[in-house]
Each structure stands twice: as structure tokens, then as C-alpha cells.
Ligand binder design. Structure first.
Ligand SMILES: [Zn+2]
Length: 447
């Protein structure tokens, strides 16, 4: 069945015969299951046959031989960088930024930003992503246009409006031509954008603060941002402790670790329960590769701060490998989600590739085949992403009253698995089923 057939069906749809990987609290997998969707919410889920009568005009969709998983959540995706794919190869992070990416982003004009965003969103939808967090929309990207086009395309998105303090720093040999637009990337401009667009498009547009990475700007400016986010309930994201040099900058310029800086600037909650009390103030830190592990991991956990893990980007830019197993093993664990980063640093926006890499990278680096099993990689791409964005009551798992489902057609992978195991689908083991996801190609989706 084509994508258009599914989305144009009536208000009530019944998907039946599928293997459903719910990612609910019990992590149930339902063989030969059904999902009923009324308008944009799941109203029933269980094992076939569906017990009740359907209303007139309801559409029944045969999903036999298919797997249904929750829509994937990309918690670090640069919308306007799809136009820059292939333009900054084989460079380490700081040269990649100063010599290629920032100068290119500084000359965006007219429709460049919105055209790039359209391309990126199409690529994300094609590969199963139904919600994302953009961590750095510059002034020249055209924030207003991007809000509007994102709403029209049907995806859910958290748009991080860049709040920037002077990043050009001669002492550190850093020059950022985007600094000429600092006035348009100020705290008052963030508040204005939040008041204008947050909650628009039936609640699918979320406006976040995207803090520029501290590279010498006074911490007092970040504190002003942290206090503004808390006062207005604006969630925030930031690139943090990405390259080895970033860790040195925290120590040399601020005499502290990355998370001590974040805590000092009040960008995170004082303790884990605070965001839930206030309702909307979340913090997602991208990368977190070069940390002071003994200081930063406990602080991440105790403040309820989430980490967006970007394994492809970290490898391509030679940043290193984030200590994700240590974050997950901490008591309480750090909430770790997944992101593809932008096209110039990962060459794709495909969360299946990111799940695959996250699932094998840490095994090899740590010589431990038990690390990041397939189920954990899927959790990072779904329910952990929803928690990071403060949206886990709405998305991230397949449960009654939640929004969004993703219909994955994996005919070839499924048949190959059955052939290999010589089993009927109902007997396929849980781990084998989850491993199939690394081969899956989603072809259709309903909202
Ligand atoms: Zn990034």
C-alpha cells in the first residue's frame, strides 16, 4: 500500500496482522496484533482479532508480514544543513566549523534555509522519523519560514532558535562570521519566537532555545539565558563537550567541567524532579564525548539532563566515542537518546543507521558484546527521545491515547529472517525480531 493511501484514509483506521513492537513500559511485542487509530490517536491496541465493530467508513489495513514500531525521534538534526552535504569532508571539528560550516551558514539567503529544511524533513520522514530536535537554527536560516513549512509537512519538531554570544575568539583562533547577526540571535528574539510559534500547528511545533557552545563568552550571559528559559518554560539544547578541545576550553576559560558550567549557568534543573514540577523546561546536551566522567555523569543523572548521542558524527569528525555505557550504567541512569546531527557531519538523517552504529560501536570499543543490545538502541531512538523532549506522554511508544504510529514494511528482511531461522513468525525470538530492525526500510506511515 502506498503512503498516500494510508494518510488519505478516513478518521478511523485499523492496522491488523502486524508484529507490533510497542516499546511500552512492559516492552511488549505483540505478534498478529492490531492498532486502532481514531484521528491522530491510538484508541486500541492488542492481539487480533479486533473485538469490536468498526464505524462506517473505517479503513482496515492489512499489515501481515510487517512490523509496526513507534515513530523514530531524532534529537539532534540540523534542518538547514542538507544543502551542505559533502562540502566539508575529512576535517576535525574546529576546522570543520571555522573553515567550512560557519562561513557557509553565514551566506544563506532568501529561500536557502526553507528549501534545505524541506529536503531534510523529507529524508527524515522517508526513513521513519516523525519527530526531531533542531539544535541550531541561525538567523539566516529563516526561522519564521521554517516554522511554517514544518507545520505544513505534518512532522512534529522542536526548533532550536540559536541564541548566540560572541564566539569569535582570537585567543582560541576561532572566527565565526555568523557573529555579525548577533542582535537577531538574542534572548529577546528567542522569547518573541517562543511566544509566536510555540504550540502552533495543533501543538506539533515546539520552540526551543539553542545555546551556542561556550568558547570564551562570559558565563553571566549563559546564566541570563538559563534564567530566561526557566522563567518562560522554554526548553534548551546545546552542543557540549564534543571535541577534545572543548573540554580544554571549559577548564581554561571557565575553570570547571562541562556540566559544572551548565549547572552554574542554570541551564539545567537544580535537581531531577524540577522539570516535571515546572512542566516544560528540559535540557538536551548533544555529543557529551569529552567529559570529566566522574563529575559530569553524576551531574547529568541528578539534574535529569538528557544526552543526544551522535555516533556517526563523532566518528567522522574524529571527536571520539561518548561514554554511553557508563551513562546508562549510572544509578540512576542518564537518559540517552539518538541523533544523526547534520548532513555535512554524518552524511545522512537516517535513524536506522544511527541505531545500527550505536548498537555495535560500544561493543567494539569496550570489548564487551553485551553493551547496547538492539532493544536499548531502539529505546534510545524512541521512548528515550520522547523523554528528552518532554513528550513521552504523547509519543515514543505504541500505547492507547498516544499519537503517531509508524508502519514499517520489512518484507525482505522478514522473509530472510524466517528462512534463516526456519520458524513461523509467531515463534521468532524477541532478540531476533529486534535485530531485524537494523535491516528495516520503512515505506509508509500514518500520523
Ligand atoms: Zn550538531
Amino acid at each position: 500500500m502506498a503512503f498516500t493511501d494510508v494518510v488519505s484514509a478516513g478518521n478511523c483506521k485499523l492496522f491488523y496482522g502486524a508484529t507490533i513492537i510497542t516499546v511500552n513500559q512492559k516492552r511488549q511485542i505483540i505478534c498478529n496484533g492490531y492498532i486502532r487509530v481514531d484521528c491522530d490517536r491510538i484508541t486500541a491496541i492488542g492481539k487480533c482479532p479486533y473485538p469490536d465493530a468498526l464505524p462506517d467508513g473505517a479503513r482496515e489495513i492489512d499489515c501481515r508480514g510487517k512490523i509496526i514500531i513507534p515513530g523514530l525521534i531524532n534529537t539532534h538534526a540540523h534542518l538547514v544543513q542538507s544543502l551542505l552535504r559533502g562540502l566539508a569532508e575529512d576535517l576535525p571539528l574546529h576546522n570543520w566549523l571555522c573553515d567550512a560550516i560557519w562561513p557557509l551558514e553565514a551566506v544563506f539567503e532568501g529561500e536557502d534555509g526553507v528549501n534545505a529544511a524541506n529536503l531534510t524533513i523529507m529524508e527524515m520522514l522517508k526513513t521513519g522519523t516523525t519527530c526531531f530536535l533542531d539544535p541550531m537554527l541561525t538567523y539566516r536560516a529563516g526561522f519564521d519560514q521554517i516554522c511554517n513549512t514544518m507545520g505544513e509537512m505534518g512532522i512534529r519538531g522542536c526548533l532550536g532558535k540559536l541564541v548566540k554570544f560572541t564566539e569569535t575568539n582570537r585567543q582560541l583562533s576561532i572566527s565565526d562570521p555568523r557573529d555579525r547577526d548577533l542582535l537577531a540571535m538574542s534572548i529577546p528574539e528567542l522569547v518573541k519566537a517562543h511566544q509566536t510559534y510555540h504550540g502552533s500547528h495543533d501543538g506539533r511545533t515546539h520552540v526551543w532555545a539553542a545555546a551556542g557552545t561556550p568558547r570564551g563568552a562570559p558565563i553571566s550571559q549563559y546564566l541570563e539565558l538559563g534564567e530566561t528559559c526557566a522563567a518562560y518554560g522554554i526548553s534548551a539544547t546545546m552542543h557540549c563537550a564534543e571535541a577534545p578541545r572543548d573540554r580544554e576550553i571549559y577548564h581554561d576559560s571557565y575553570s570547571c567541567s562541562a556540566m559544572e558550567f551548565i549547572r552554574g549557568a542554570k541551564l539545567c534543573a537544580a535537581h531531577k524532579e524540577e522539570p516535571k514540577e515546572k512542566g516544560t523546561h528540559n535540557l538536551v546536551l548533544a555529543h557529551m564525548v569529552n567529559l570529566d566522567e566522574e563529575i559530569d555523569i553524576p551531574l547529568l543523572a541528578s539534574t535529569g539532563t538528557s544526552v543526544a548521542h551522535n555516533p556517526t558524527s563523532n566518528l567522522k569528525l574524529a571527536s571520539g566515542v561518548a561514554p554511553v555505557p557508563a551513562m546508562l550504567a549510572h544509578d540512576p541512569p542518564v537518559n540517552v537518546s539518538l541523533g544523526t546531527d547534520g548532513a555535512p557531519c554524518s552524511n545522512h538523517y537516517d535513524m536506522f543507521q544511527e541505531m545500527h552504529l550505536a548498537g555495535i560501536l560500544h561493543k567494539g570499543v569496550n570489548h564487551d558484546a553485551g553493551l547496547i543490545p538492539a532493544e536499548t538502541a531502539l529505546e534510545m531512538a524512541t521512548i528515550n527521545g520522547a523523554k528528552a523532549l518532554g513528550l513521552d506522554a504523547e509519543i515514543g511508544s505504541l500505547e492507547e491515547q498516544k499519537r503517531q504510529i509508524l508502519w514499517c514494511s520489512i518484507h525482505m528482511a522478514w522473509e530472510a529472517l524466517e528462512l534463516h531461522l526456519g520458524l513461523a513468525s509467531s515463534k521468532v525470538t524477541r532478540s531476533a525480531l529486534l535485530q531485524v530492525l537494523s535491516m528495516a526500510v520503512p515505506v509508509a506511515m500514518s500520523t
